[in-house]
Design a protein around this ligand. Structure first.
Ligand code: KG4
Ligand code: ZN
Length: 359
Protein backbone atom coordinates (compact mmCIF):
# COMPACT_ATOMS: atom_id res chain seq x y z
CA UNK A 1 0.00 0.00 0.00
CA UNK A 2 1.68 3.22 -1.09
CA UNK A 3 0.92 6.48 0.65
CA UNK A 4 1.04 9.25 -1.92
CA UNK A 5 -0.48 11.94 0.30
CA UNK A 6 1.69 14.77 1.67
CA UNK A 7 3.51 13.63 4.81
CA UNK A 8 5.37 15.27 7.67
CA UNK A 9 8.22 13.15 9.00
CA UNK A 10 10.36 13.52 12.11
CA UNK A 11 13.91 12.25 11.54
CA UNK A 12 16.33 11.32 14.33
CA UNK A 13 20.08 10.74 13.87
CA UNK A 14 22.38 9.49 16.64
CA UNK A 15 24.68 6.96 14.98
CA UNK A 16 27.95 8.78 15.57
CA UNK A 17 28.82 12.09 17.22
CA UNK A 18 25.97 14.31 16.04
CA UNK A 19 22.69 14.44 17.95
CA UNK A 20 20.24 15.54 15.29
CA UNK A 21 16.53 15.86 14.60
CA UNK A 22 14.59 17.40 11.74
CA UNK A 23 11.11 17.85 10.37
CA UNK A 24 10.80 17.28 6.63
CA UNK A 25 7.70 17.38 4.44
CA UNK A 26 7.22 15.38 1.29
CA UNK A 27 4.31 16.24 -0.98
CA UNK A 28 2.41 13.80 -3.17
CA UNK A 29 4.68 14.60 -6.15
CA UNK A 30 7.85 13.81 -4.22
CA UNK A 31 8.86 17.43 -3.57
CA UNK A 32 10.55 18.12 -0.26
CA UNK A 33 10.57 20.94 2.26
CA UNK A 34 12.99 20.96 5.17
CA UNK A 35 10.97 22.59 7.93
CA UNK A 36 13.77 22.34 10.48
CA UNK A 37 17.14 20.64 10.81
CA UNK A 38 18.81 20.82 14.22
CA UNK A 39 22.27 19.32 14.70
CA UNK A 40 24.25 19.31 17.90
CA UNK A 41 27.84 18.23 17.33
CA UNK A 42 29.69 16.52 20.18
CA UNK A 43 33.10 17.86 19.18
CA UNK A 44 33.65 19.35 22.65
CA UNK A 45 32.85 16.10 24.47
CA UNK A 46 35.43 14.15 22.46
CA UNK A 47 38.07 16.85 21.93
CA UNK A 48 40.37 15.68 24.71
CA UNK A 49 40.46 12.10 23.36
CA UNK A 50 41.44 12.72 19.75
CA UNK A 51 38.48 10.74 18.42
CA UNK A 52 34.91 9.73 19.15
CA UNK A 53 34.52 7.80 22.44
CA UNK A 54 31.43 5.59 21.94
CA UNK A 55 30.35 5.59 25.58
CA UNK A 56 30.57 9.38 25.86
CA UNK A 57 28.74 9.73 22.56
CA UNK A 58 25.83 7.58 23.77
CA UNK A 59 25.59 9.52 27.05
CA UNK A 60 25.55 12.86 25.26
CA UNK A 61 22.79 11.60 22.95
CA UNK A 62 20.75 10.64 26.03
CA UNK A 63 21.30 14.06 27.56
CA UNK A 64 20.44 16.15 24.52
CA UNK A 65 18.15 14.23 22.18
CA UNK A 66 14.85 15.26 23.84
CA UNK A 67 15.78 18.92 23.62
CA UNK A 68 16.97 18.62 20.03
CA UNK A 69 13.67 16.98 19.01
CA UNK A 70 11.69 19.67 20.83
CA UNK A 71 13.72 22.37 19.10
CA UNK A 72 13.19 20.73 15.68
CA UNK A 73 9.42 20.74 16.28
CA UNK A 74 9.44 24.32 17.54
CA UNK A 75 11.47 25.65 14.61
CA UNK A 76 9.22 23.78 12.16
CA UNK A 77 6.06 25.00 13.84
CA UNK A 78 4.88 21.39 13.98
CA UNK A 79 3.58 19.59 17.07
CA UNK A 80 4.73 16.02 17.65
CA UNK A 81 1.18 14.75 17.26
CA UNK A 82 1.05 16.34 13.80
CA UNK A 83 3.83 14.20 12.33
CA UNK A 84 2.80 11.28 10.12
CA UNK A 85 5.72 9.00 10.94
CA UNK A 86 8.86 8.87 13.01
CA UNK A 87 12.10 7.88 11.30
CA UNK A 88 15.34 7.11 13.11
CA UNK A 89 18.72 5.76 12.13
CA UNK A 90 18.70 2.09 13.16
CA UNK A 91 22.28 1.43 11.96
CA UNK A 92 25.01 1.12 10.93
CA UNK A 93 26.92 3.05 13.57
CA UNK A 94 28.06 3.11 17.18
CA UNK A 95 25.53 0.81 18.79
CA UNK A 96 25.05 2.82 22.01
CA UNK A 97 24.13 5.94 20.10
CA UNK A 98 21.92 4.11 17.61
CA UNK A 99 20.03 2.57 20.52
CA UNK A 100 19.37 5.98 22.06
CA UNK A 101 17.85 7.38 18.86
CA UNK A 102 15.96 4.25 17.87
CA UNK A 103 14.55 3.68 21.36
CA UNK A 104 13.43 7.29 21.55
CA UNK A 105 11.75 6.93 18.15
CA UNK A 106 10.02 3.73 19.27
CA UNK A 107 8.77 5.40 22.45
CA UNK A 108 7.38 8.34 20.46
CA UNK A 109 5.82 6.01 17.89
CA UNK A 110 4.15 3.99 20.64
CA UNK A 111 2.98 6.99 22.66
CA UNK A 112 1.67 8.90 19.63
CA UNK A 113 0.45 5.83 17.77
CA UNK A 114 2.47 6.72 14.66
CA UNK A 115 4.38 4.44 12.28
CA UNK A 116 8.09 3.86 12.94
CA UNK A 117 10.53 3.87 10.03
CA UNK A 118 13.90 2.27 10.82
CA UNK A 119 16.39 4.01 8.52
CA UNK A 120 19.71 2.70 7.28
CA UNK A 121 22.15 5.60 7.76
CA UNK A 122 23.81 4.83 4.43
CA UNK A 123 20.46 4.98 2.65
CA UNK A 124 19.89 8.38 4.25
CA UNK A 125 23.17 9.60 2.72
CA UNK A 126 22.29 7.89 -0.58
CA UNK A 127 18.91 9.61 -0.94
CA UNK A 128 20.00 13.09 0.19
CA UNK A 129 20.52 14.24 -3.40
CA UNK A 130 16.81 13.61 -4.01
CA UNK A 131 15.97 15.76 -0.99
CA UNK A 132 18.19 18.62 -2.13
CA UNK A 133 18.19 18.34 -5.91
CA UNK A 134 15.31 16.03 -6.79
CA UNK A 135 17.75 13.69 -8.60
CA UNK A 136 15.99 10.90 -10.50
CA UNK A 137 16.94 7.21 -10.31
CA UNK A 138 19.25 5.59 -11.28
CA UNK A 139 22.48 7.25 -10.26
CA UNK A 140 25.94 6.40 -9.06
CA UNK A 141 26.74 7.44 -5.51
CA UNK A 142 30.16 7.97 -4.04
CA UNK A 143 29.83 7.92 -0.27
CA UNK A 144 32.93 9.28 1.44
CA UNK A 145 32.56 9.78 5.18
CA UNK A 146 34.35 9.03 8.44
CA UNK A 147 33.13 5.43 8.35
CA UNK A 148 32.61 4.61 4.67
CA UNK A 149 34.13 4.97 1.21
CA UNK A 150 32.01 3.28 -1.38
CA UNK A 151 30.54 3.40 -4.84
CA UNK A 152 26.90 2.37 -4.88
CA UNK A 153 24.53 2.06 -7.81
CA UNK A 154 21.27 3.57 -6.58
CA UNK A 155 18.45 2.05 -8.62
CA UNK A 156 15.59 3.08 -6.37
CA UNK A 157 14.57 3.40 -2.74
CA UNK A 158 15.84 0.26 -1.01
CA UNK A 159 17.47 -0.96 -4.22
CA UNK A 160 21.25 -0.68 -4.11
CA UNK A 161 24.27 -2.44 -5.57
CA UNK A 162 27.65 -1.82 -4.03
CA UNK A 163 30.36 -1.60 -6.68
CA UNK A 164 33.36 -0.87 -4.53
CA UNK A 165 34.41 -0.16 -0.99
CA UNK A 166 37.52 0.44 1.07
CA UNK A 167 39.57 -2.54 2.06
CA UNK A 168 40.99 -0.73 5.09
CA UNK A 169 40.41 2.88 6.24
CA UNK A 170 37.53 5.11 5.19
CA UNK A 171 38.60 8.30 3.44
CA UNK A 172 37.41 10.60 6.25
CA UNK A 173 39.22 8.36 8.72
CA UNK A 174 42.44 8.73 6.68
CA UNK A 175 42.03 12.52 6.81
CA UNK A 176 41.46 12.34 10.57
CA UNK A 177 44.54 10.15 11.12
CA UNK A 178 46.76 12.35 8.96
CA UNK A 179 45.52 15.38 10.89
CA UNK A 180 46.50 13.63 14.12
CA UNK A 181 50.00 12.84 12.79
CA UNK A 182 50.41 16.50 11.90
CA UNK A 183 49.02 17.63 15.28
CA UNK A 184 46.12 19.42 13.61
CA UNK A 185 42.76 19.73 15.32
CA UNK A 186 39.62 17.65 15.19
CA UNK A 187 37.75 16.93 12.96
CA UNK A 188 40.76 16.26 10.80
CA UNK A 189 39.36 16.73 7.31
CA UNK A 190 38.65 20.46 7.48
CA UNK A 191 41.94 21.06 9.34
CA UNK A 192 43.95 19.26 6.65
CA UNK A 193 42.12 21.10 3.89
CA UNK A 194 42.72 24.46 5.55
CA UNK A 195 46.44 24.08 6.13
CA UNK A 196 46.93 22.50 2.69
CA UNK A 197 45.94 25.80 1.13
CA UNK A 198 49.39 27.18 1.96
CA UNK A 199 51.20 23.96 1.01
CA UNK A 200 52.88 22.57 -2.11
CA UNK A 201 50.91 19.53 -3.35
CA UNK A 202 53.87 18.43 -5.49
CA UNK A 203 56.55 18.41 -2.81
CA UNK A 204 55.92 14.78 -1.85
CA UNK A 205 54.82 12.06 -4.24
CA UNK A 206 52.77 9.81 -1.98
CA UNK A 207 51.59 6.39 -3.23
CA UNK A 208 48.23 5.89 -4.90
CA UNK A 209 47.36 2.39 -3.54
CA UNK A 210 45.38 -0.01 -5.77
CA UNK A 211 45.11 2.57 -8.51
CA UNK A 212 46.69 0.34 -11.12
CA UNK A 213 44.16 -2.39 -10.44
CA UNK A 214 40.94 -2.46 -12.39
CA UNK A 215 38.58 -2.61 -9.43
CA UNK A 216 36.43 0.01 -7.80
CA UNK A 217 37.82 -0.49 -4.29
CA UNK A 218 39.88 1.90 -2.23
CA UNK A 219 42.80 1.41 0.12
CA UNK A 220 44.19 4.26 2.17
CA UNK A 221 46.33 2.57 4.80
CA UNK A 222 49.52 2.43 2.68
CA UNK A 223 49.14 6.11 1.86
CA UNK A 224 48.61 6.89 5.52
CA UNK A 225 51.78 4.99 6.43
CA UNK A 226 53.75 6.86 3.77
CA UNK A 227 52.55 10.15 5.25
CA UNK A 228 53.56 9.04 8.73
CA UNK A 229 57.05 7.96 7.58
CA UNK A 230 57.53 11.27 5.78
CA UNK A 231 56.44 13.23 8.86
CA UNK A 232 58.79 11.19 11.06
CA UNK A 233 61.69 11.68 8.64
CA UNK A 234 61.29 15.45 8.69
CA UNK A 235 60.55 15.87 12.41
CA UNK A 236 60.51 18.39 13.96
CA UNK A 237 58.10 19.69 11.34
CA UNK A 238 58.04 23.33 10.32
CA UNK A 239 54.69 24.92 9.50
CA UNK A 240 55.64 24.70 5.84
CA UNK A 241 56.43 20.98 6.15
CA UNK A 242 53.00 20.39 7.69
CA UNK A 243 51.28 22.37 4.94
CA UNK A 244 53.24 20.57 2.20
CA UNK A 245 52.52 17.12 3.65
CA UNK A 246 48.81 17.97 3.99
CA UNK A 247 48.66 19.33 0.43
CA UNK A 248 50.54 16.35 -1.02
CA UNK A 249 48.30 13.88 0.86
CA UNK A 250 45.21 15.69 -0.35
CA UNK A 251 46.49 15.70 -3.93
CA UNK A 252 47.01 11.93 -3.71
CA UNK A 253 43.51 11.20 -2.42
CA UNK A 254 41.92 13.61 -4.90
CA UNK A 255 43.64 11.77 -7.76
CA UNK A 256 42.65 8.36 -6.38
CA UNK A 257 39.02 9.35 -5.95
CA UNK A 258 38.82 11.05 -9.36
CA UNK A 259 40.36 8.12 -11.26
CA UNK A 260 38.04 5.67 -9.51
CA UNK A 261 35.04 7.90 -10.20
CA UNK A 262 35.95 7.89 -13.90
CA UNK A 263 36.11 4.08 -13.85
CA UNK A 264 32.82 3.79 -11.96
CA UNK A 265 31.11 6.14 -14.43
CA UNK A 266 32.46 4.05 -17.32
CA UNK A 267 30.85 1.00 -15.73
CA UNK A 268 27.61 2.91 -15.16
CA UNK A 269 27.48 3.88 -18.84
CA UNK A 270 28.18 0.37 -20.07
CA UNK A 271 25.74 -1.38 -17.68
CA UNK A 272 22.96 1.20 -17.94
CA UNK A 273 23.29 2.44 -21.51
CA UNK A 274 19.86 4.08 -21.53
CA UNK A 275 20.37 6.06 -18.33
CA UNK A 276 21.73 9.56 -18.07
CA UNK A 277 25.08 9.24 -16.24
CA UNK A 278 24.92 10.98 -12.85
CA UNK A 279 27.41 10.97 -10.00
CA UNK A 280 26.13 11.98 -6.58
CA UNK A 281 28.61 12.62 -3.78
CA UNK A 282 27.60 12.11 -0.16
CA UNK A 283 29.25 12.08 3.27
CA UNK A 284 31.40 14.57 5.15
CA UNK A 285 34.42 14.37 2.81
CA UNK A 286 32.22 15.84 0.07
CA UNK A 287 32.96 19.16 1.79
CA UNK A 288 36.54 19.00 0.49
CA UNK A 289 36.97 21.43 -2.37
CA UNK A 290 40.09 19.87 -3.87
CA UNK A 291 38.36 16.49 -4.04
CA UNK A 292 35.24 18.24 -5.34
CA UNK A 293 37.07 19.86 -8.25
CA UNK A 294 38.88 16.61 -9.10
CA UNK A 295 35.48 14.87 -9.17
CA UNK A 296 33.97 17.65 -11.28
CA UNK A 297 36.74 17.16 -13.84
CA UNK A 298 36.26 13.38 -13.86
CA UNK A 299 32.49 13.78 -14.30
CA UNK A 300 32.93 16.26 -17.17
CA UNK A 301 35.36 13.92 -18.92
CA UNK A 302 32.82 11.12 -18.58
CA UNK A 303 29.98 13.32 -19.82
CA UNK A 304 28.20 12.89 -16.48
CA UNK A 305 26.41 15.31 -14.21
CA UNK A 306 27.94 15.79 -10.75
CA UNK A 307 25.60 16.49 -7.84
CA UNK A 308 27.04 17.55 -4.48
CA UNK A 309 24.36 18.43 -1.91
CA UNK A 310 25.04 21.42 0.38
CA UNK A 311 27.66 20.51 2.94
CA UNK A 312 25.34 20.78 5.95
CA UNK A 313 23.31 17.97 4.40
CA UNK A 314 26.37 15.88 3.41
CA UNK A 315 27.58 15.63 7.00
CA UNK A 316 25.36 13.74 9.45
CA UNK A 317 22.00 15.40 10.05
CA UNK A 318 18.39 14.61 10.84
CA UNK A 319 16.91 15.92 7.58
CA UNK A 320 18.48 13.13 5.55
CA UNK A 321 17.03 10.55 7.95
CA UNK A 322 13.61 12.19 7.83
CA UNK A 323 13.79 12.24 4.02
CA UNK A 324 14.80 8.57 3.74
CA UNK A 325 11.92 7.88 6.12
CA UNK A 326 9.59 9.95 3.92
CA UNK A 327 10.60 8.08 0.77
CA UNK A 328 10.09 4.71 2.47
CA UNK A 329 6.85 5.85 4.07
CA UNK A 330 5.46 6.94 0.68
CA UNK A 331 6.17 3.45 -0.62
CA UNK A 332 4.26 1.89 2.24
CA UNK A 333 7.14 0.94 4.53
CA UNK A 334 6.74 0.62 8.28
CA UNK A 335 8.77 -1.21 10.89
CA UNK A 336 7.79 -3.04 14.05
CA UNK A 337 8.66 -1.71 17.47
CA UNK A 338 10.83 -4.83 17.84
CA UNK A 339 13.22 -3.65 15.09
CA UNK A 340 16.72 -4.26 16.48
CA UNK A 341 19.52 -1.68 16.19
CA UNK A 342 22.28 -2.86 13.86
CA UNK A 343 25.93 -1.93 14.34
CA UNK A 344 26.60 -3.22 10.81
CA UNK A 345 24.08 -2.96 8.02
CA UNK A 346 25.28 -3.09 4.41
CA UNK A 347 23.09 -1.19 1.97
CA UNK A 348 22.81 -3.92 -0.61
CA UNK A 349 21.03 -6.55 1.46
CA UNK A 350 17.69 -7.84 0.18
CA UNK A 351 16.07 -6.65 3.42
CA UNK A 352 16.54 -3.04 2.34
CA UNK A 353 13.66 -3.61 -0.08
CA UNK A 354 10.39 -2.11 1.09
CA UNK A 355 8.03 -4.34 3.04
CA UNK A 356 4.70 -2.51 3.00
CA UNK A 357 3.33 -1.85 6.44
CA UNK A 358 0.28 -3.92 7.27
CA UNK A 359 -1.30 -0.89 8.96
O1 KG4 B 1 29.50 12.03 7.02
P1 KG4 B 1 30.22 12.52 8.25
O2 KG4 B 1 29.79 13.81 8.87
O3 KG4 B 1 30.13 11.48 9.40
C1 KG4 B 1 30.19 10.10 9.20
O4 KG4 B 1 31.33 9.60 9.20
O5 KG4 B 1 29.12 9.49 8.99
O6 KG4 B 1 31.76 12.57 7.85
C2 KG4 B 1 32.76 12.98 8.76
C3 KG4 B 1 34.11 12.83 8.09
C4 KG4 B 1 35.26 13.08 9.06
O7 KG4 B 1 36.21 12.03 8.91
C5 KG4 B 1 35.82 14.43 8.59
O8 KG4 B 1 37.21 14.57 8.85
C6 KG4 B 1 35.53 14.38 7.11
O9 KG4 B 1 34.25 13.78 7.02
N1 KG4 B 1 35.52 15.72 6.53
C7 KG4 B 1 36.40 16.15 5.60
C8 KG4 B 1 36.10 17.52 5.37
N2 KG4 B 1 35.03 17.87 6.16
C9 KG4 B 1 34.69 16.74 6.85
N3 KG4 B 1 37.38 15.50 4.97
C10 KG4 B 1 38.11 16.22 4.09
N4 KG4 B 1 37.91 17.53 3.83
C11 KG4 B 1 36.93 18.22 4.45
N5 KG4 B 1 36.74 19.52 4.19
ZN1 ZN C 1 27.22 9.61 7.96
Amino acid sequence: MTRQAPAIILGIETSCDETAAAIVMRDQFGNSTIRSNVVRSQLDEHAAFGGVVPELAARAHVTFLDRIIAQACREAGVRLDEVDAIAATAGPGLIGGVLVGLTTAKALAAALDKPLIAVNHLEAHALTARLTDGVQFPYLMLLVSGGHSQFVLVRGVGDYERWGTTIDDALGEAFDKVAKMLSLGNPGGPAVEQIAKSGDPKRFKFPRPLLREARLDFSFSGLKTAVRLQAEALAPLSNQDVADIAASFQAAVAEIVAVRAGQALARFKSELPGAEPRLVVAGGVAANQIIGSALAKAATEAGAALIVPPIALCTDNGAMVAWAGAERFALGAGDGLDFAARPRWPLDLPDMRIVPDAA
